[in-house]
Design a protein around this ligand. Structure first.
Ligand code: SF4
Length: 292
């Protein structure tokens, strides 16, 4: 497979994929697109789709709902999430039957077993419901729903900014200015802090992005992560970010590592197995030389 040349670019998701699987990184960021590759790149994994469904419904409700009572707002968000899930699932199933070129869910695209699909559907629905039950237990979300003075900012997500010649991609979920004039950038995580171990670096990158994009000094910037663990643990809100000097150093060294790999991609003979969840749910299974 031919490769394309990329300029220096860093994002947390890019780096995470690089650490997880060099082949997956090569397919997504280095290989010259073919019809097959372009089609597989459009596949969306269940975990990412769940994040998108929840995050979009919460963010849109916070910004545009006319309802005042926070309890009613939470119920409004819940019904919107389930509506989008059912509609999206039906569309993905229809796309699997009729076309192979549109966007699809990885787990549906690679699966013909109806009983397995029903199990995936039920698990996803249960997981969405249990996460939404926790929304009302999150003090920050209730505060944001109740507060009328909030000045939500318009911004592109994902967006990028330049840091020492490196294009850094970011995708905060909410940006707002509070009544004291401080700018806050928020990221939702549907999983525990342990499952999102680099959240403090990500928050640091958001602080840098906030100062660049909205021209606010670092002293007036807050970055906050809200975690919704899958287990029985309550939601967790953390206002913190990694030291900015360290964040700059991490981006610089990791981006240099990605540059070296992209100039000469060496694909290791890693040990693969169908038991490996990443392989089982990987959008590039068809292209991988493994015998599935
Ligand atoms: S199938 Fe497994 S080895 Fe192949 S690209 Fe995907 S994650 Fe990597």
């Amino acid at each position: 497979m031919k490769q394309v040349n990329n300029s220096s670019t860093w994002s947390l998701s890019r780096m995470s994929l690089y650490k997880l699987c060099r082949k997956g990184f090569f397919f997504r960021y280095c290989a010259e697109p073919t019809q097959e590759l372009s089609r597989l790149k459009k596949l969306l994994g269940l975990a990412l789709w769940k994040n998108i469904l929840l995050k979009d419904a919460i963010v849109e409700n916070m910004r545009f709902s006319k309802i005042l009572d926070p309890g009613d707002r939470i119920r409004e968000i819940e019904s919107e999430v389930l509506k989008r899930f059912h509609m999206g699932w039906n569309n993905f199933i229809a796309a699997k039957r009729h076309v192979e070129d549109g966007r699809n869910l990885t787990e549906i695209f690679y699966n013909n077993d109806n009983s397995l699909l029903s199990t995936i559907f039920r698990r996803m629905e249960d997981s969405l419901k249990s996460t939404m039950l926790k929304l009302g237990d999150c003090e920050l979300i209730i505060n944001l729903l109740e507060t009328r003075y909030l000045n939500f900012k318009d911004f592109k997500s994902p967006d990028s900014f330049l840091l020492g010649g490196i294009t850094v991609w970011v995708s905060p979920d909410l940006v707002w200015q509070d009544k004291d004039g401080n700018l806050n950038l928020l990221k939702f995580h549907f999983g525990s802090p342990e499952e999102n171990p680099r959240w403090d670096i990500q928050n640091g990158v958001y602080a840098l992005y906030g100062s660049e994009q909205f021209k606010v000094s670092l002293g007036r910037l807050g970055a906050v992560s809200v975690f919704f663990p899958e287990n029985d643990s309550p939601p967790l809100t953390v206002h913190a970010y990694r030291n900015i000097r360290e964040v700059r150093e991490i981006i610089s060294s990791e981006s240099a590592e990605l540059d070296i790999f992209q100039k000469n991609p060496v694909l290791n003979n890693e040990i693969f197995s169908l038991e490996n969840a990443r392989c089982r749910n990987c959008e590039f299974r068809r292209l991988c030389e493994k015998d599935f």
